[in-house]
Design a binder for this molecule. Structure first.
Ligand code: KPL
Length: 308
């Protein structure tokens, strides 16, 4: 399958590399010239706890160079979705699927605005990834993907998309008939982990080592659960336990938000804890813990010293 990955940060590079290893014709679209140049010259260096290997795939700086794809995976950070997709319409033809595997709320709406609702499919992934430098990505654990149509139908194209991931070694691959539950389920994990790890400058697993961070995470998740409940969104049985389980599973990983603040890049805070605050305000549900986390990260992303 001809696949374009829009955004070749840690997650986009990892997804592209794994799908290329699965035999697909993958092009990464990135704004980082050095990353693009190295990948085209030497391949993507993909490392995991078992070692490292080079994966052959293409990369380019402009979507126009790639031509239309059968599948576009949107992997830019949430604040860039609207602009990135608007500049990449040449990737989309009549039969293209546009899949968001991004964190946070609002990505589907931004993609629908750019390409209409027809091509858009949403999903989540539990892959942990870390961009080690130009042309180098580390797979820090997790290989699961969950996918859903906005309509909630299990369509032929959704089944086909599931097979693409399955045959490339992703597991478990699940299909959902309730995309809002899927996205909110992942949101709760990011609410628990991302801002707390970015502010305390700790790895995901360390949240559980300190009673203070564990308690802040727990309270932030419970606020988001109440907002979801008021919106009528079904959630997993034990949201706090579930989020803590992911923190354990990705224990050695630096969350994407910690990676962002440490590189002085804008974070996804407005699409994660900030989104919970906005949704809570609209419904009259108090979200003080998320408000504090969102406010602190909003400032910290501009002031944090570089490097982790
Ligand atoms: O999605 C993630 C992120 O860092 O953005 C988790 C699941 C927390 C893994 O690090």
């Amino acid at each position: 399958m001809k696949i374009a990955v829009l955004g070749a940060g840690a997650m986009g590079s990892l997804l592209g590399g794994l799908l290329a290893e699965g035999g697909h014709e993958v092009t990464l679209i990135s704004t980082r010239a050095e990353h693009v140049e190295l990948i085209n010259r030497e391949g993507l260096f993909l490392e995991d706890p078992g070692g490292g290997r080079r994966v052959g795939l293409k990369a380019c700086l402009a979507a126009a160079e790639a031509g239309p794809a059968e599948l576009v995976i949107v992997a830019v950070k949430a604040p860039q979705t609207r602009e990135a997709m608007a500049g990449a319409l040449s990737l989309v033809s009549q039969d293209t699927l546009v899949l968001t595997l991004q964190n946070g709320l609002g990505n589907v709406e931004n993609l629908v605005e750019a390409v209409g609702p027809g091509p858009v499919v949403a999903g989540t992934s539990n892959c942990g990834a870390h961009l080690k430098g130009p042309g180098r990505v580390r797979h820090a654990g997790g290989r699961g993907v969950a996918l859903g149509e906005l309509s909630g139908l299990i369509t032929g194209r959704l089944l086909g998309l599931g097979r693409v991931f399955e045959e490339s070694g992703f597991a478990p691959v699940s299909l959902s008939d309730n995309v809002l539950s899927l996205l909110w389920g992942k949101l709760l994990i990011n609410v628990a982990i991302n801002a707390v790890t970015a502010l305390a400058r700790i790895r995901n697993g360390q949240i559980l080592d300190f009673p203070e961070t564990a308690e802040i995470s727990r309270l932030a998740v419970l606020e988001a659960v109440e907002v979801a409940r008021r919106k009528g969104i079904a959630l997993p049985g034990d949201p706090v336990g579930n989020a803590f389980e992911v923190a354990r599973e990705t224990g050695a990983n630096f969350s994407s938000m910690l990676q962002d603040v440490a590189r002085q890049r804008p974070t996804e805070i407005d699409f994660i804890n900030g989104a919970v605050v906005r949704e809570g305000e609209a419904l009259g549900v108090p979200t003080p813990v998320n408000k504090v986390l969102a406010g602190l990260v909003s400032v910290y992303q501009r002031t944090c010293p570089k490097e982790i």
